[in-house]
Design a protein around this ligand. Structure first.
Ligand SMILES: [Zn+2]
Length: 75
């Protein structure tokens, strides 16, 4: 999970797309056998990491963009 540095909300991966994103925004969220989140967005499947979050994910609680840090377990 990731935490918003602005409002400290934890995103449970109801990830929002960047306002500039121009795809269909069809999103599927699954888990692999390591309990990692797998996101499929418009046919593109990936395991989101902090870099991805800080490039693409908007906080749905406060609207802050690209302000993420790892929550809980440190890597
Ligand atoms: Zn926030």
């Amino acid at each position: 999970m990731f935490v918003c540095k602005n409002c400290k909300s934890i995103d449970k991966f109801e990830l929002m797309f960047s306002p500039e994103y121009r795809g269909e925004k069809h999103l599927e969220i699954n888990y692999n056998d390591k309990n990692e989140i797998i996101i499929t967005a418009d046919g593109y499947t990936f395991v989101p990491d902090l870099r991805f979050m800080n490039e693409h994910a908007v906080c749905k609680y406060c609207g802050q963009i690209y302000m993420w840090d790892y929550e809980g377990m440190k890597r």
